[in-house]
Design a protein around this ligand. Structure first.
Ligand code: HEM
Length: 416
């Protein structure tokens, strides 16, 4: 009988912090096994990679999400008790609300707003010696998503609000002072949005009925109750924060254009299919989501491994996006690979796997792709710029990661 490899060290928490995105992949290579057991944060954990593992992971008969995410991540990234840790009918009911805000028509509205605001920024950027792309795009996305969602945002508060959104994301893999920065950012943001929900309920703020703010404020859950204003705020933040987080992928787009100038030439026509292929390859190639966690619902055996009720199981998202059984030359950046490709629901999972309406897969992929396409078109076809000497390397140990310099560009001109 095949033995499931046990990673020998007493507790691998420190190694996870040191190896980051490559933690699971390194051990899968070492043990030549898609699945292994280890100890993390004082508990026995199963780690797994590969398409077949993704299929198992998204079987709701076998796994649940409540208590799968450490409290420290809920207190920074997700919000305590939000959709990410719900299960069953109540989850699907709330998921429908999110799905209804992510339709193609909303995707296009957001992409158009993004392009308009990027174009508006040119006149400011032209007069600056250089800009930090990440910081600029972060603020622009904050304006875009608040305007789209119906959330009032004063020009004087854009900078701080945008920074708070990115602190919540930036701190989720952190310990110590950075973790606390993320927690304070979440507390400030929750207070702000809760106040806005209350103003809508009391009629102090008028809001369009087809906006995300309206939808969250008046949503009734499976028991027909409105969410309290704090919870409604947390879920609205679950729409606002991830849109702002697309700035990470936009920086990776700029990095890819810089590192692979030959693929830039193919985008000069602005052809939508080519933009999309490039966007898909950025989402596959660069590290953003490292892994996902769920807990075992009832005892079962799979691949000769015993899954025990309540055990934490981690799925290797980064590794599956670089799995040589799924991708030829996975460590090569090659948008062309998406020309002929028919993805299934489990073999290309930068934002989770399976069907988003039925499980926890990200509902925001369409929005992410359209905003990334607009931003890519902008970088290639609307401006010219120089990339001065800087440290563009990104750490594979830091979760989430970003090029050190956050991508500085200089000498920005409108393309004629
Ligand atoms: C869930 C990644 C953008 C809203 C997720 C999950 C991942 C993910 C990995 C978890 C999947 C799972 O647990 O099985 C990303 C990345 C993004 C992004 C890398 C790029 C910036 C967005 C956008 C929105 C969004 C733009 C909304 C406008 C959500 C929500 C969930 C989620 C609400 C929770 C779904 C659930 O638990 O059912 N995302 N996402 N995300 N994402 Fe995204």
């Amino acid at each position: 009988k095949k033995q499931v490899p046990h990673d020998k060290s007493l507790d691998n928490t420190i190694d996870l912090l040191k190896e980051g995105y490559l933690f699971i992949r390194n051990r899968v290579d070492k043990y030549q096994s898609d699945i292994f057991e280890t100890h993390l944060l004082g508990q026995k954990v199963i780690c797994m990679t590969g398409e077949e593992s993704a299929k198992i992971f998204y079987n709701p008969e076998l796994f649940y999400r409540k208590d799968a995410t450490p409290k420290r991540v809920q207190k920074t990234l997700f919000g305590v008790g939000a959709i990410q840790s719900m299960d069953g009918e109540a989850h699907i009911h709330r998921k429908n609300l999110f799905m209804s805000l992510m339709t193609p028509s909303y995707q296009n509205q957001l992409a158009k707003l993004m392009m308009d605001k990027l174009l508006d920024s040119i006149k400011v950027w032209e007069n600056k010696e250089q800009i930090i792309l990440f910081d600029e795009v972060n603020e622009i996305l904050c304006r875009v998503v608040c305007q789209w969602a119906g959330v009032p945002l004063k020009e004087s508060e854009v900078k701080e609000r945008a920074e708070d959104f990115s602190l919540m994301v930036d701190s989720f893999g952190a310990v110590g002072p950075k973790h606390w920065k993320g927690r304070r950012a979440r507390i400030r943001t929750e207070e702000w949005i809760k106040g806005i929900i209350e103003d809508v309920r009391s009629g102090n703020i008028k809001v369009e009925e087809d906006s995300a703010l309206y939808a969250m404020t008046f949503y009734r859950d499976i028991d027909k109750n409105q969410l309290d204003s704090h919870m409604a705020g947390i879920e609205l933040i679950n729409v606002l924060r991830p849109v702002v987080a697309i700035s990470t992928f936009i920086v990776f787009e700029a990095l890819a254009l810089h590192e692979y100038p030959q693929s830039k030439d193919k985008l000069l026509s602005g052809d939508k299919d080519k933009l999309k292929m490039f966007v898909q390859e950025v989402r596959r190639y660069y590290p953003f989501t490292p892994l996902l966690g769920a807990r075992v619902k009832k005892d079962f055996i799979w691949n000769e491994c015993e899954f025990k009720e309540g055990m934490l199981v981690l799925l290797d998202v980064y590794g599956i996006n670089h799995d040589p059984r799924i991708w030829n030359n996975p460590d090569k950046f090659c948008p062309e690979r998406f020309r002929e490709r028919n993805d299934n629901l489990f073999d290309f999972i930068p934002q989770g796997g399976s069907n988003p309406a039925k499980g926890h897969r990200c509902p925001g992929e369409g929005i992410t792709i359209e905003i990334m396409k607009a931003s890519l078109d902008f970088l290639v076809n609307k401006i010219e710029y120089d990339v001065p000497n800087q440290n563009l390397s990104y750490s594979m140990a830091k979760i989430p990661t970003l090029p050190e310099s956050k991508f500085i560009i200089s000498n920005i001109r409108r393309k004629s």
